[in-house]
Design a protein around this ligand. Structure first.
Ligand code: ADP
Ligand code: ADP
Length: 239
């Protein structure tokens, strides 16, 4: 029941930085995993290699029995539709409404966000509204995304990812720009929904205490190498 298998992954950026050295990682269905490590360790490079926002240099990435690093454009689009992304800086379409942003996740990222209003069905809209209500955004549904606070924007980001009905959520420092209270609300929303729906999650976090609070499995990355992969309770101080 493994949904993701990363084997001997290497990433060397143009210019020479060896950001990932030899990463091996297997993720099972519904597993919630925190990826920790200092700034520059390679956490973001790892997540972005998995959905091929960046091209891996070497190695293989298998997701639901498909080889991501070999996928062509249309295969990649299909693969990505099963992977929800959550970004540190939200990456919402700020001229559009909260609802349109979530529908964009539901209907796929082809075409403009404004275009979603010609394509959605009533059930898509109801699903989007249900997700927004679950994270406490029922009063924000028709607001423009740029009217929201940071914590609210990230909750929209979470709903957009969930609206894809993904098998995997990749969250790259989702709370790094938020205050502690909003951070807890956002992490709770990610965790609860993933658990409820059996969605696996890889979440990059730089705070070890937050990682331990949510994840039973922790992967620690240092200088492009996985230095720990195991139970949160076994993580020692020097990681
Ligand atoms: P983290 O997410 O753990 O902070 P990153 O994956 O962002 O780490 O970065 C890993 C290493 O790769 C760092 O040394 C960083 O400077 C380098 N790096 C990241 N992005 C690029 C890029 N686009 N071009 C060149 N080097 C990069
Ligand atoms: P951050 O500011 O959070 O580090 P970036 O601004 O570097 O993120 O954006 C990373 C890339 O991901 C951008 O090129 C953007 O076009 C792309 N992107 C934005 N939203 C999504 C999404 N929902 N799914 C896939 N890719 C996306």
């Amino acid at each position: 029941n493994s949904i993701l298998k990363v084997t001997n992954l290497v990433k060397r950026y143009n210019g020479g930085t060896l950001a990932l050295k030899d990463i091996n990682l297997e993720v099972k269905k519904g597993e919630f995993i925190a990826v920790i490590g200092p700034s520059g360790a390679g956490k973001s490079t790892l997540l972005r290699s998995i959905n091929r926002l960046i091209e891996p240099t070497e190695g293989s990435i298998e997701f639901l029995d498909q080889r991501i690093e070999k996928a062509n454009k249309s295969e990649l689009r299909k693969i990505r539709s099963k992977m929800g992304m959550i970004f540190q800086h939200y990456n919402l379409i700020y001229r559009s409404s909260v609802l349109e942003n979530v529908l964009h996740g539901r209907l796929g990222y082809m075409g403009s966000v404004a275009g979603v209003f010609n394509r959605y069905k009533e059930e898509d809209k109801q699903e989007a509204i249900m997700l927004l209500e679950k994270v406490g955004l029922e009063a924000e549904i028709y607001k423009r995304a740029d009217e929201l606070s940071g914590g609210q924007k990230q909750r929209v980001g979470v709903c957009r990812a969930l609206a894809q009905n993904p098998e995997l959520i990749l969250a790259d420092e989702p709370i790094a720009s938020l205050d502690p209270k909003s951070s807890a609300v956002v992490m709770d929303a990610i965790y609860k929904n993933c658990k409820e729906q059996g969605i696996a999650c890889l979440v990059n976090l730089h705070q070890v205490d937050v990682a331990k609070r949510y994840a039973t499995r922790i992967v620690a990355v240092k200088a492009g190498t996985i230095v720990f992969d195991g139970q949160a309770s076994e993580l020692t101080e020097e990681m």
